[in-house]
Design a protein around this ligand. Structure first.
Ligand SMILES: Cc1cc2nc3c(=O)[nH]c(=O)nc-3n(C[C@H](O)[C@H](O)[C@H](O)COP(=O)(O)OP(=O)(O)OC[C@H]3O[C@@H](n4cnc5c(N)ncnc54)[C@H](O)[C@@H]3O)c2cc1C
Length: 385
């Protein structure tokens, strides 16, 4: 397993070590896929960012401080994460549509033997396409693929292997150490041509050979794209869910979830108890353990209740404080709890400021970059001072 930064301390150390390369070097080299052990031109921060062991804002501040807008390429990649989160949050129908369609294809897998065979060949890295099988093996071994490799992988899955994108998205959501409902689902949709009308991503054999330093020479790739018939393209955005805000004076239970694992860095109401929502993967478990350790240090008098259950809820303070849960499994798990307890959520300023700008295309957000970064300036100045 790649040593992902899955604690806050290792994420901050990784950021520090990567800073010198986040400027011109990143812009020049980021798309080269050197394979297992060779991903030195990218930050590798995604598993930590996904769980907010470290935040987009912290990464952006540090990179701006070091390079200013010479790091525009890196800064805009971080902003892609923000964009996907905000875009999906405004379109719950896309997440629900993906889940329904996935259930349909999972059912089909149990009935359609040809589909099941082709799917098994892909998942077991037996397609005979060297690049695809190589990336599948790397994914299985490490939980990571380089961004450029992810684009080729998804494209080959959809257009060459003719497999439903939803099954591919489900595979990577579960296997990526950074698996994220928004970045993952919407990137797959983007490759499949479902995000921007008329735009899809077709993998090219010569380019793959080039960008992997000749490691792969794939044969038989599709040369034209047959777009999935999805039924809907892009529903209109709706106002994002408005969370219940914590009463700042009320004694509270701090609920740790994989959506935000550095909440102790915020001003919170008096925390008298700590619980957590167990994660789904080993990476989640490591990150949650780290967050729990930090929360105990930050709130030494709080009672540690362990995993949140009906029984633990009985002894807990009435107000629960947790990080905002965007669409996805955590939000689904919190939903029934809302009827039984006062679940309040901390929405970070970064999300509150950016998500309203994520309703159209990425460039509508990107053009606001200077204004967004200007809002961070007072702290940058304080840092220098
Ligand atoms: C089919 C497909 C599926 C993907 N699934 C996920 C996923 O489940 N979770 C996830 O975090 N990213 C996903 N991505 C986006 C991207 O590939 C990863 O964020 C990136 O490869 C992580 O490596 P890094 O931290 O070294 O990135 P760096 O290049 O160092 O970038 C810095 C940070 O910016 C963000 N970022 C960079 N590129 C993108 C991008 N294209 N979209 C969104 N955010 C980006 C990530 O948080 C990343 O950590 C997917 C992309 C594709 C094409």
């Amino acid at each position: 397993m790649t040593p992902f930064p899955l604690t806050r301390a290792t994420a901050l150390a990784r950021l520090e070590a990567f800073l010198p390369d986040a400027g011109a070097a990143y812009a020049r080299l980021r798309n080269h896929d050197r394979g297992l052990g060779g991903h030195v031109h990218v930050s590798g921060l995604s598993a930590a960012l996904r769980r907010r062991l470290i935040s987009e804002e912290e990464v952006t501040r540090a990179v701006l401080d070091r390079h200013g807008m010479k790091a525009e390429k890196f800064l805009s990649e971080v902003l892609w994460r923000t964009y996907w989160k905000g875009w999906l949050e405004a379109r719950p129908a896309v997440w629900a549509g993906y889940r329904a369609s996935l259930a349909h294809w999972q059912e089909r897998l149990t009935q359609d033997r040809t589909l099941a065979r082709r799917h098994a060949e892909a998942v077991e890295a037996r397609t005979g396409i060297d690049a695809f099988d190589g990336w599948m093996t790397e994914l299985e071994e490490t939980g990571y693929l380089h961004n450029w490799a992810r684009m080729q992988f998804a494209s080959i899955w959809i257009f060459t292997l003719g497999l439903p994108w939803e099954l591919g998205a489900d595979l990577t959501l579960g296997r990526f150490a950074d698996g994220d409902p928004a970045s993952n689902t919407l990137s797959w949709r983007w490759v499949a041509g479902l995000h921007t009308p008329g735009k899809f991503y077709l993998a090219d054999a010569v380019r793959i050979q080039d960008m992997t330093g000749g490691r792969f020479r794939p044969k038989g790739l599709a040369t034209k794209a047959t777009l999935p018939r999805d039924g809907f393209m892009t529903p209109d955005p709706q106002a994002p869910r408005s969370p219940l805000r914590p009463d700042p004076k009320a004694p509270s239970l701090l609920l740790l979830t994989v959506e935000d694992l550095s909440l102790e860095t915020f001003p919170l109401p008096p925390i008298t108890a700590i619980a957590h929502l167990p994660g789904e993967t080993e990476a989640d478990r490591i990150a949650l353990d780290d967050a729990l350790t930090r929360a105990r240090q930050a709130f030494p008098l709080a009672q540690v209740l362990g995993p949140l259950t009906r029984a633990t809820l009985k002894d807990a303070p009435a107000q629960i404080v947790t990080g905002f849960a965007p669409l996805g499994p955590t939000a689904d798990r919190l939903e029934p709890l809302r009827a039984e307890a006062q679940v309040t959520e901390v929405l970070r300023d970064w999300d509150a400021r950016t998500w309203p700008l994520c309703r159209k295309g990425f460039f509508a957000l990107k053009e606001k970059m200077p204004a967004l970064f200007k809002a961070l300036e007072p702290d940058l100045l304080a840092h220098h001072g």
